[in-house]
Each structure stands twice: as structure tokens, then as C-alpha cells.
Ligand binder design. Structure first.
Ligand SMILES: [Zn+2]
Length: 442
């Protein structure tokens, strides 16, 4: 393994960081092509495999080849030009496809972390774990992700994103939100503890429009790419319907959308049910995450405004199977079956979908499961892949740059065993990962 950034001081720091990461216990075999190695070897790369996924036309091409020059795809098809001196990587009986996109992740969460994470773990400690999480996601084939809140680690995700962009550490392309925005006593506030201990909230408070605008400006100052707001919670089920209090009014969410739009950015909300989901759709957010139960009017607005629902099945499944008490387990199973029912209605209503797993509370690198669950709950594999790749790219603000294997696109490419259009579980068998023309797993 080699890692050689340009300046020697940086090189020492990067080496120390990498040694630390290795010592912390990763056993993944990673072939790390350093920036210098790539710069020295500027020759193009030809990738060859038995199949290639043409996501836009919804078909598999056999065989499949890509010509990668620098960080971008130069040619894609059954055969491509093999320029003199090109390195050919034969990936055998696998399918070349665009790198996966997870539109709802938490790099700063790990299994077992609860409300007291802000008490038990320092931000530096959490940042080290976040670096490992980013690496695990990349090696699992996720080359682009949207981090939906550090849950009490402030804008530490800005540092992680920047370190990845500078080539100091491994990870996906990231859109980050810093801390999420929440009301006093809201969904992510640390309630039910001894008030005298002042347990920190997992989010940043904003209780009215003035505070919302101020918090948004602060988060952008600290490097956020978008704003995450908690719009509903806590959830309960009453007479087969999901019941959840809203946190912000439609007018408050609209103020947030306007303030972010002023600087060309967007708002994503955690919203599980009505009326919070309707307020979010009326305000014109970019995505409604979780979206467990949506009214007809909400679904109509989401279709009209192309607001994505991000279903996050995997986290519900995980919590149902790892509940702290039998009572909690029963609730989570009930919620999962409600979600399954409602998701089919949303598909029938044509609600635009993106793919987000909410990984963090369950182990990073295992979130290919989300696509499997979306298919189990009624999507065709091609629809789930289009939601992931094409819609995911747009939601993350990289439309026309990632999500398809086309000339001019960034060379974010993975190879999977089998044909993902036949069996979506292929996305859980990733044998090769390239991001921006650099090979990270082979
Ligand atoms: Zn989340």
C-alpha cells in the first residue's frame, strides 16, 4: 500500500493517519493508488467485463468496456478504443456499473451509539470512526453519499469531506449537512435525562424563523453542502395509522428553503408522516427522508415538484431485529409492515424515489441491503437501480456527472458478481471499485 501526496509534511501526516487506520483494525484488502502514482502513470485504463449496465436505456450490454482517461470516462460500450500504453483491467465474469449512491447516511454513528454518544465519545474520537466508516462505504461500492447529520459532532463532517477530496483518506464523494436542525425538546434532543447534567442535543436548536435563518447561515459558514431538518417525531401507531407531531410549520420550512436557495443550496427533512410531510412538500424541500406514510396531496406535490422520498427500509429492519425491549421490537415490526404497505401506494402514485439506508446505527459497508429491500417491497430491480443512480445523482447535485457510465462522466465505476437486473442482491457482491478514475478495490 502506497500513499504519497505531493508535499513531504503532508505525506508524513497522511502516512501516520493511514497507519492509525490500519492499526484500528481493518482487514479489508485495499489497493490504494496514490495521487502521485496516478500522476506518474497518466496512461488510460480500459476496464473489460462480461457485462455492462446501461442504466439509462435499462439494459445489459455484453461484453462491456470502458475507457477511462484521468478522472473521467472517455468511451463506454461493447468495445472501446485501446490506446497504446493503456492499462487493461479484465474483470472477468462480472457486471460493470456506476458506483452506488447512498442518499441517507451517518458517518458519525456506529452500532450501539445512542443519545448518550455526545456524553461518552469526544468529537475527535467520533471523527476517527467516521473516517473508517467512509472507507467501509467506499469499499462496499458506494462512491457518493449524502451525510444526513453528524448527530452532535457539529461540522466535523466538513473535515472528513475535505480530507477525502484532498486524497488524504479514503471515502466516497460526500455532500454533508453538519449538525441537523431541530426544535427545543424535539426529535433528537436528549430528553429524559437529569436536567442538571445538561446532556447535549444531537442537533442544533432553531425555534423560529430568525433562529432558522441564523443556524443555516452558521452551518454554511462551517462548510455544509445542504441543510437537514427534523420535521417529525416521536412516532407512534394509532389504529393502524402513523401518528407523529410536526416540528416546524409550513411557513418556517419555507423560510429555510428560501434561505438555502439564496445561496444555491437545498433542505432535506426527516419526516415520517402527516402533517409534517405535507408541510415539507408544500415548502419545496429536496427530499423527504423516511416518508413512511404520505397523504394523497403530499404524494401529488412530490410528483409535481419532483421531491424525492428516501425510504430507509434497512434501518427499520435493523431496529426491528435489534430492539432493546420486546415491546420496542413489536412496535418496529408493526412500523415496518405499515411502511411496506404505504411504500406500495407511493410507487403506484409515482412518487419519485431515491435510495438511502440510514446506515450508521447498523454497520457501514452493509447498506447494499437497501436496494434488496426496495425490490422485496415492490420495485423492479431496474427501477431501484434508477432510483439509486439517476435520482441519487440529481438529489446530491451531481446530475450529469455521476450515476451512469457515459463519456464525460466521472469514472465512478464498480464491478459486481452476477447481473443486477436479474438479481438485485448482486449489488452486495462488489469486487472492484473505482472513484474518479482511481482504483480503490480490485
Ligand atoms: Zn438518519
Amino acid at each position: 500500500m502506497q500513499f504519497l501526496p505531493a508535499c513531504s509534511k503532508l505525506r508524513q501526516m497522511a502516512k501516520a493517519a493511514l497507519v492509525a487506520l490500519v492499526l484500528i483494525g481493518s482487514t479489508l484488502a485495499v489497493r490504494l493508488a496514490s495521487a502521485q502514482e496516478r500522476a506518474a502513470k497518466t496512461e488510460p485504463i480500459v476496464l473489460h467485463a462480461a457485462r455492462l449496465l446501461d442504466i439509462e436505456n435499462g439494459r445489459i450490454i455484453t461484453p462491456g468496456e470502458l475507457l477511462v482517461e484521468g478522472e473521467r470516462i472517455a468511451e463506454a460500450g461493447r468495445t472501446v478504443t485501446h490506446p497504446p500504453g493503456a492499462q487493461t483491467i479484465d474483470l472477468g465474469d462480472s457486471t460493470l456499473m456506476p458506483g452506488l449512491i447512498d442518499a441517507h447516511i451517518h458517518l458519525f454513528l456506529h452500532p450501539g451509539a445512542e443519545d448518550l454518544q455526545t456524553v461518552q465519545e469526544s468529537v475527535p474520537q467520533r471523527t476517527i470512526l467516521a473516517l473508517l466508516a467512509a472507507r467501509a462505504d467506499l469499499i462496499a461500492g458506494f462512491t457518493a453519499e449524502r451525510d444526513m447529520g453528524t448527530e452532535g459532532a457539529g461540522s466535523a463532517d466538513t473535515a472528513v469531506r475535505n480530507a477525502i477530496n484532498q486524497g488524504l483518506v479514503l471515502g466516497p464523494r460526500l455532500r454533508v449537512s453538519g449538525n441537523a436542525v431541530d426544535i427545543l425538546g424535539g426529535h433528537e434532543d436528549a430528553i429524559d435525562y437529569n436536567p442538571a447534567q445538561h446532556v447535549l442535543s444531537n442537533a442544533t436548536y432553531a425555534n423560529n424563523v430568525d433562529q432558522i435563518v441564523e443556524v443555516i447561515r452558521e452551518q454554511f459558514k462551517e462548510g455544509a453542502d445542504f441543510i437537514k431538518m427534523y420535521e417529525t417525531g416521536p412516532d407512534s401507531i394509532r389504529d393502524g395509522k402513523l401518528s407523529t407531531p410536526y416540528q416546524y410549520t409550513e411557513a418556517q420550512l419555507e423560510a429555510a428553503v428560501h434561505e438555502t436557495a439564496r445561496v444555491g443550496k437545498r433542505v432535506a427533512v426527516h419526516a415520517t408522516s402527516e402533517p409534517g410531510t405535507l408541510y415539507a412538500a408544500q415548502a419545496g424541500v429536496a427530499s423527504i427522508d423516511h416518508a413512511n406514510e404520505l397523504s394523497e396531496e403530499t404524494m401529488r406535490l412530490m410528483r409535481e415538484k419532483q421531491i424525492y422520498a428516501v425510504p430507509t427500509f434497512t434501518i427499520l429492519e435493523y431496529f426491528a431485529e435489534h430492539a432493546a425491549t420486546p415491546e420496542r421490537g413489536r412496535f418496529m415490526h408493526e412500523l415496518l409492515s405499515l411502511k411496506s404497505r404505504e411504500f406500495k401506494k407511493q410507487l403506484a402514485a409515482g412518487v419519485p424515489m431515491a435510495v438511502g439506508s440510514d446506515v450508521g446505527p447498523f454497520p457501514h459497508g452493509t447498506q447494499g441491503r437497501e436496494l434488496v429491500l426496495m425490490v422485496q417491497n415492490g420495485m423492479k430491480p431496474l427501477e431501484a437501480l434508477r432510483a439509486d443512480l439517476l435520482n441519487g445523482a440529481k438529489l446530491l447535485g451531481w446530475g450529469g456527472q455521476i450515476g451512469a457510465l457515459k463519456p464525460g462522466y466521472l469514472a465512478d465505476v464498480i464491478a459486481v458478481a452476477g447481473d443486477p437486473l436479474e438479481d438485485i442482491a448482486a449489488v452486495q457482491k462488489v469486487s472492484f471499485v473505482m472513484k474518479g478514475g482511481m482504483v480503490y478495490k480490485h
